[in-house]
Ligand binder design. Structure first.
Ligand SMILES: *Cc1c(COP(=O)(O)O)cnc(C)c1O
Length: 370
């Protein structure tokens, strides 16, 4: 049995009619960038996230960058985040001219360790970006209260956590603003690149709106220098269709995770994902930690079970951030996890025999002598 890490064809097959209809609606309307389809999706997505505003943009990376710009963050400022995320979380900070500052993560949930946050805050710190990694909210109550004491903005990187809950509230509604990606493999995925910023702050929303379109507030009136980070109408129309199934699909992801947990719970040598009591995890990724990860990963590849590593090299050790001067050992928890993590196939459509095959292959792989 061959199992892909993610089977996008199967992901989208269920939505195929709705996707075709969305494309044809946009073609008929001749309204390709921004406009009615984007406004409709923005309204639906803000409602879903329990926020007042949503602004559709070109990608999750644009969402992060535009939010920081709109908050007035730039050269001389520092923004705190974690080293074990997709590169864009930190690159968006650097693109504003500000400096990314890292804090280490909790060994069980892989999210920001609030006990290390205060030590990273200086007079220059303007914002903190917790990442809701793999689909589970970071420890937001502690992070938000520390941020409040220090007068910092909280920008959630919710690119992996569409629909996740924290203390009964949707992620996206927990900080000053939140950024989402609709990259095709995300829990809510477009058929190309797209992203959104959600916030309750009207002024922030209008500034992001202007910045995504060259700083235009009215036609031919450019109040500041922005960029082209607009959302395409086809993506918006597709996302409106798929949003209706997000909760059902997240439930299915949770069932897949529960099956993996059940089958792997008694296998020695595997650290399973840990769910926070106050959170509902939506399993963008199902990530285990094992010793000899590279050997286990090679055995899984031989068994034709597609696995991945999110992420093999922490951001502070990337060549692009060499100038920050963080050598190996700077963030030991994140670095230790990077050597041991393995992402198993995870999508709502996985069948019971497939889940059993993945779990069985992993159990055999970890049992092999190194
Ligand atoms: C996907 C992702 C991003 C970037 O989103 P794009 O749409 O690919 O630009 C940022 N942060 C995290 C945590 C992500 O998973």
């Amino acid at each position: 049995m061959k199992i892909l890490f993610i089977n996008l064809e199967r992901r989208n097959a269920f939505h195929r009619d709705a996707i075709d209809r969305a494309i044809s609606d946009v073609m008929l309307a001749n309204d390709f960038v921004g406009g009615r389809f984007v406004e409709e999706f923005e309204w639906e997505f803000s409602e879903y996230c329990e926020t007042r505003h949503a602004v559709g943009v070109a990608s999750g990376t644009s969402a992060l960058w535009l939010t920081l710009k709109a908050l007035g963050i730039g050269p001389g400022d520092e923004v705190v985040t974690v080293p074990n995320s997709f590169f864009a979380t930190a690159s968006a900070i650097a693109l504003t001219g500000a400096t990314p500052v890292f804090v280490d993560v909790e060994p069980d949930t892989h999210t920001m360790d609030p006990s290390k946050l205060e030590g990273a805050i200086t007079r220059r710190t303007k914002a903190v970006i917790p990442v809701h990694l793999f689909g589970q909210a970071a420890r937001m109550s502690e992070i938000c209260s520390i941020a409040k004491q220090s007068g910092l903005f909280v920008v959630e990187d919710a690119c992996q956590a569409h629909g996740a809950l924290y203390s009964g509230r949707r992620v996206g509604s927990l900080g000053h603003a939140a950024c989402f990606s609709f990259y095709p493999t995300k829990n809510l995925g477009a058929i190309g690149d797209a992203g959104a910023v959600v916030t309750d702050d009207e002024e922030l929303a209008s500034r992001v709106r202007a910045l995504r379109d060259h700083g235009q507030v009215e036609k031919n009136e450019h109040r500041e220098v922005g960029f082209n980070s607009r959302m395409s109408s086809i993506q918006a129309a597709v996302l409106s269709e798929k949003l209706r199934y997000l909760d059902v699909e997240n439930q299915k992801r949770r069932k897949v995770a529960a099956e993996y947990n059940r089958m792997l719970a008694h296998v020695p040598g595997i650290q399973l994902p840990v769910e926070r009591e106050e959170a509902v995890h939506v399993y963008h990724l199902y990530v285990v930690a094992v010793n000899d990860r590279d050997a286990v990963s090679a055995t899984m590849a031989q068994a034709e079970v597609g696995c991945a590593v999110h992420y093999p090299r922490p951001i502070h050790l990337q060549p692009a951030f060499q100038q920050l001067g963080h050598g190996p050992g700077s963030y030991p928890v994140a670095e230790g996890l990077a050597k041991r993590i393995l992402s198993l196939p995870m999508q709502p459509e996985l069948t019971a025999p497939e889940i059993a095959h993945v779990a069985g292959s992993l159990a055999s792989a970890v049992a092999l002598p190194a």
